[in-house]
Design a protein around this ligand. Structure first.
Ligand code: GDP
Length: 332
């Protein structure tokens, strides 16, 4: 059972276009995935199901950092480097700002100007609606479509705020953190538990103050050494680079490849992706149940009054939750 009926003639052409690596077909199918219209969603699932056997072939890299850390500068340099080396690169964004305000930190079209012009690059800003869960779901699906279209390196970029880093780490093979040579920053990151999900730390703008970059690098190395649970065959790498001067990009890619090789060698990559797929399913179930709950007519009518009663101590939270969840057993 696949949960999808056969695609129409037009969608078969779309699928063929994706599999032939055509960027227009890829862009169109991602638009379909991002659409909230139920008929589009159904078609999107058919397209996805059809290309599924052709997915999984890319190295999936997450890159995160605060606004201004140099993500777009770094990705642009890295992207050009990779394409020159014969890769095809897709850059996707998970942008938590877009889900809150409709605006976007990462969606700006002027970013990565030279990369945008390369035949072998596909750059897609974050979809601009829905909760972070919804945005991330679209990005994951877009990632699969890019793989089906033959892109062999996928970079998922995110701004280092809130939940988005964990979300991205949960969909990639390797998660890299872009930091500034500033001792204050890394302590914050350590507090947020980011150390556990960072496979690679990149101290950018090393050209501004090489000494500070080295100090920050040493601090990170120590923090990763102390706090990071060991992954067989891998010690997280910390690099100092300058995206502006195009320095350290080859070393970064070498570290990515080493990590990927280490994961692949002992079967850990397949295992990691299996876990991610099942986690993803659960996230979608939670997301779907939540939406179903919020939209339920009786819940909508009674939620304000029940919430008031809970706040006033007239009803226990557990009784309230029990009552509200009970509505889900009855249509609509
Ligand atoms: P993003 O918000 O993380 O995407 O950051 P940007 O890539 O837009 O970079 C923010 C600013 O930092 C820009 O003015 C860049 O030119 C500058 N920048 C990026 N990388 C470097 C670097 O390695 N060295 C220096 N000195 N400036 C950089």
């Amino acid at each position: 059972m696949n949960g999808a009926s056969a695609p129409s003639k037009a969608d078969q052409a779309l699928i063929a276009g994706v599999l032939e690596g055509r960027r227009r077909a890829l862009a169109k199918s991602i638009t379909l995935i991002e659409s909230t219209r139920p008929d589009h969603q159904e078609r999107a699932q058919q397209v996805l199901f059809s290309v599924l056997p052709h997915t999984g072939g890319a190295i999936r890299v997450g890159i995160s950092g605060a606004p201004g850390a140099g993500k777009s500068t770094f990705i642009e340099v890295l992207g050009n480097f990779l394409i020159d080396a014969g890769h095809r690169l897709a850059v996707l964004a998970v942008d938590p700002s877009s889900s809150r305000s409709g605006g976007s930190i990462l969606g700006d079209k002027t970013r990565m100007e030279t990369l945008c012009q390369r035949e072998d690059a596909f750059i897609r800003p974050s979809p601009s609606a829905g909760s972070l869960g919804g945005v991330a779901e679209k990005t994951r699906e877009a990632m699969l479509l890019c793989e089906a279209a033959g892109f062999d390196v996928i970079i998922v970029e995110t701004v280092g705020v809130g939940q988005s880093e964990t979300t991205v780490a949960g969909m990639v093979d390797l998660f890299a953190l872009l930091q500034l040579p500033n001792a204050g920053d890394d302590l914050q990151a350590i507090k947020k538990g980011i150390v556990e999900i960072a496979d690679l730390v990149v101290i950018n703008k090393a050209d501004l103050n090489p000494h500070a970059a080295n100090v920050t690098r040493a601090q990170w190395k120590q923090a990763l050494h102390l706090l990071r649970p060991a992954l067989a065959g891998w010690t997280p790498t910390v690099l100092a680079v300058s995206a502006l001067k195009k320095e350290g990009v080859a070393e970064f890619w070498e570290a990515v490849q080493k990590f990927h090789d280490a994961l692949t060698a002992n079967g850990a990559l397949a295992e990691k992706r299996r876990h991610q797929a099942v986690d993803w399913m659960w996230q979608l179930i939670h997301f779907g149940l939540n939406q179903q709950f919020q939209r339920h007519a009786q819940v909508q009518v009674l939620l304000p009054e029940i919430s008031r009663q809970v706040a006033a101590g007239e009803m226990s939270p557990s009784a309230a939750a029990h009552t509200l969840l009970g509505f889900l057993n009855h249509d609509p």
